[in-house]
Ligand binder design. Sequence first.
Ligand code: ATP
Ligand code: MG
Length: 887
Amino acid sequence: MPKTTLIDCCIKKYAYREVSQIYQELKISGEGLSQSQVELMREKYGINSFSQRRNDTMLRLLRHAFINPFNIILLVLGIISLATDVVLVSNFARNATTAVIIFSMILISGTIRLVQELRAKNASKQLNRLIHESVTVRRAGEVKEVPAEELVVGDIVLLAAGDRVPADLRLTKVSDLFLSQAAITGESAILEKNAQALSYSNSESLTQLENLAFMATTVISGKGEGIVLAVGKDTLYGSFTKEDPDEKQSFQKGANSIAWVMLRFIAVLIPIVFILLQITGGRWLKSFAFALSVAVGLMPEMLPMVITACLARGSLSMSKKQTIIKDINAMQGFGSMDVLCMDKTGTLTNESILLEYYMDVLGNESCQVLDFAFLNSAYHSGVCNPIDNAILACQTMRGHEQHFADLLIQYRKEDEIPFDYSRKFVSTLVTDKNGECQLIMKGNISQIVSRCSQVEFHGEILPMEKDRISSVASVVDEMQQDGMKVIAVARKKIEKQDQIIQTDENNMILMGYLAFFDAPKKTAKTSVEALKRLKVIPKILTGDQADVAASICRRVGIPSEIILTGADLDQMMDNELGKAVENIHVFAELTPGQKVRIVSALRQNGHTVGFLGDGINDIPALCESNVGISVDTAVDAAKDAADVVLLQKDLGVLEQGILEGRKTFTNMLKYIKITASSNFGNIFSIVCASAFLPFLPMTSLQILLLNLLYDILCIILPWDNVDEEETLSPRDWSGKTLGRFMLFFGPISSLFDIVTFLFLYYILCPMLCGGATYLNLTDSVLQSQYIALFQTGWFLESMWTQVLILHFLRTRKIPFVQSSPSIPVVCTTFAGIITFTALTFTKSAGVIGLTKLPIMYFLFLFVVVLLYMLLTTVVKIVYQKKYHELI
Ligand SMILES: Nc1ncnc2c1ncn2[C@@H]1O[C@H](COP(=O)(O)OP(=O)(O)OP(=O)(O)O)[C@@H](O)[C@H]1O
Ligand SMILES: [Mg+2]
């Protein structure tokens, strides 16, 4: 049975049962679970997370750390060497050293990875604790907050406006509970839910059942309570999500494209190496082992680990700058983001707005308008929002406290239709003491006016005439052009009833307007400038009126000559919109769906798009963007949808975050590009060497060891400094530029490798082995000494150049003079070079086929390294002239 059908069956049955029956069945009560029951339920049904069981994750980490191409190839080599050196030889010649070394390499690299991954995991756990995301539950009669992950089947959850439903629930109590199920059904309409048991009907689909609430849906307004029926992967939402939800698509794409570049090189070079070795008379198994090691040598096999370490370090330093990365893979988005879409209120303007004027249709102050707006605000149960907060603030106006308190006594709430961003208004139904019913609406001017047929002026109700409307419009327009938010208020007496029927919302009487002062933040202008300096284009996507948006954008320096409104947008085809989004920076009067269209049009055009928003209306766009950014004060559902949470809603914080993201990114690219190019150079040299040398230029073990040593040194790279120039513009994450970088810098190292080969083969080795070149030697002891000398020579040259080149390619400037690496990087790399050089002088070096070299070699090495660095510097200048970048 498909998983969704299974879930359907499990959950659906509860919709037809009475609450008491469900209590009995799950052996729970309305008081909630006791601590021991919680444990039991967790044992039985699992935790509320997508990564299934806790101990499972450790297993996964172990698998990640130990099972990867690098270790698998090492294992194959280990087995080959066990076979050739131990099993297939006589007792006398048995030598397990190589196999032991290979197996210890598996252990070392796996352990390093594991430690790094654990550290990263810990870091992200700690960071997540900084964001206030929790669920309200009743347990053992007590209402408390718990992290969503700790929720279990049978828990009683309390829902309030703005919450994200944390699991699949059967509702037990509701009061005007409206949900948006867009996250699971894609439909933007909001639904009213209730708590009664339904009578059985086969035709209804699961999501239409009114007494069930599903994970990831959003509470638009009202309150409710429900029993948890399913958690984690067993929920409806869980059945849609991918196996590994923590992998962001674009990140994967980038990593894949790099892997592909590497694979292509391997696919071409390895067969060549193998065939050349066969031609020059190598043994089959040895040649195969060698070709395999060369393949490993070419892979930057520590890539996943270095990336994890970079990301973990980046997210920690961002947290110090008030930016919490929830999904560690979203870091790359921060580094490559080139367009930032944002809403207006709270980002460019202050978090709270002030009610400035309350007026009748002709613009004269009117307390009656305020009174009705106040009732509407006081009785709405939707998400806390700036408009209602500003209206409710009048309760505390000196001398008016009593008046507003009396109003609430005088009028009782009957029903409401909450605010939703496609209708853009709120309706509430109240009855006064005499039992008279009034419907009060407030919201977007054109939405309200289109539902009115009369106006109220000085107590008189007059038919609505065109010219009267236009004179009103001029009052309102002026205020909006000054950047004020203006909404309309309307009312109507209706027959006594306890529910609003949508057809009632017509033939209303327009009472007047409320105008709010929505002042730009002091820091807005400088922050916008900073974004532009960082080459991130700011775009405003607001639900507010075009005039208001224009006025504010003008003040903070966002070009607003052309504004695209939601209505214009609906007329456009996707390709027209694709062009429009490039030149237009202000979009107004948008519904949540239109925000999504703009974000996806920008992504289609190849931009990496960030979206900063805090409202329920921003959630779909947050999900659509490459990096969803929210703030700690946002509604829970928005924080939940975001990848990044700012502890302060301030563009200044974001600027710091972007810089930090780019630094992290640059350090990752450094590792990938430099490693790949020098590995490429090495392999290229090996190809040349295998064609001419009568023996292997390095044993497979030496190649692997060199690679591992180098990679261990590279673990320090996340802690490197990054030049300021590298952070000035967005970074691209793909294999696009990797190929050319490798082709430019790889062969330079080969050139010096070949010089070294010639020196070793024709000068140094013969000098120390009786004056003859290898082919003229007859003594096998001398022959192996010759090989050891040669291999050590190349091992050292390779290591020296590979490590030193890090310092030359990590910056566009002159290393150490104009740009210095961080102290840990300097210490580690030089300590590495010294240690491994010293290693060749020890006795144990013999085990891996290395030997002592005379001082003369080191003089030669010094000159080679010097020339290599010089040539690289020249090529670096040429490369930068041509491509205007380095890393
Ligand atoms: N609580 C409310 N009551 C009535 N009308 C409202 C309310 N909130 C918003 N509106 C109406 O809906 C419109 C869009 O809402 P709002 O300005 O909050 O959208 P937004 O996209 O979140 O904008 P912003 O970019 O300012 O955050 C408002 O201009 C106003 O007319
Ligand atoms: Mg908003």
